[in-house]
Design a protein around this ligand. Structure first.
Ligand code: FES
Length: 112
């Protein structure tokens, strides 16, 4: 599988215990700062395609703002709610203060 690491934010743009939603080349990606690490997952709810970054984030869990589906953003695993699958997650690398994500880890057709 092809890798393509893209700098999508700086660590200063994602404060600890917060999430940030970004559009990266047509992919909606959510960044989550948990402890000393940054995690990335698709930012579109698999149920009705709304942005999870508009919902609530607490600990390792994001909750969809529409029907309250909940996901572990570290693993992508769905925890509850009317969804039929887990979230796709992206590999993350930190270089200096730059956050890089391998955006080819999820093909664009599956990331929309
Ligand atoms: S749109 Fe997210 S749970 Fe329904």
């Amino acid at each position: 599988m092809t890798q393509r690491w893209v700098r999508i934010a700086t660590t200063g743009e994602v404060p600890e215990d917060e999430m940030v939603g970004l559009n990266v080349e047509g992919r909606a990606i959510g960044l989550y700062h948990i402890g000393s690490r940054i995690y990335a997952a698709e930012d579109v709810c698999p149920h009705a395609r709304v942005l999870l970054s508009k919902g609530r984030f607490d600990g390792k869990v994001v909750e969809c703002p529409i029907h309250a589906a909940r996901f572990n953003v570290v693993t992508g695993r769905r925890l509850s709610g009317p969804v039929c699958r887990d979230l796709h997650t992206y590999p993350v690398r930190i270089e200096g203060d730059a956050i890089l994500v391998d955006i080819e880890a999820i093909p664009l057709t599956r990331a929309l």
